[in-house]
Design a protein around this ligand. Structure first.
Ligand code: 5GP
Ligand code: ZN
Length: 116
């Protein structure tokens, strides 16, 4: 897929506006347009990786950076102490809609378990 055809590539490059809460050379975090919790943002790599299923061993550093960006942004958003949930939907059964790997970070309320 060309990055011009990918919604999250376009957000990462600034071509489509988003409420960005963190960014660096490798990853971008922005608020979900349809928040499912008081705090709900997505962490994505700038580089197009369609899903965790197709991530390579060489993406190890990038995937680690996504987690560390989630950690820092959760703290900045004030949910680190209360707790928060990180979610990667992978594939159809999990309900992955956008084919660019993204980590949901949800916080600010108690979460149920198991997830739906
Ligand atoms: P998925 O179901 O693929 O794991 O999650 C995709 C998420 O992207 C959804 O929570 C949806 O609300 C969010 N989303 C879809 N389009 C946009 C958009 O244009 N901007 C933002 N900020 N979030 C989006
Ligand atoms: Zn993409």
């Amino acid at each position: 897929m060309a990055s011009s055809d990918c919604l999250f590539c376009r957000i990462a490059s600034g071509g489509i506006p988003a409420d960005v809460v963190y960014q660096d050379q490798h990853v971008v975090a922005f608020r979900d347009i349809s928040p499912q919790a008081p705090v709900h943002f997505l962490v994505i790599p700038r580089r197009h990786v369609a899903s965790l299923n197709v991530a390579q061993d060489s993406d190890r550093d990038l995937l680690g950076r996504m987690f560390l960006a989630a950690r820092d942004t959760a703290r900045a958003e004030g949910v680190a102490d209360g707790g928060y949930r990180t979610v990667l939907n992978v594939g159809a059964d999990a309900g992955q809609v956008v084919q660019h790997v993204h980590m949901h970070v949800l916080g600010g309320r108690e979460m149920g378990w198991p997830p739906g």
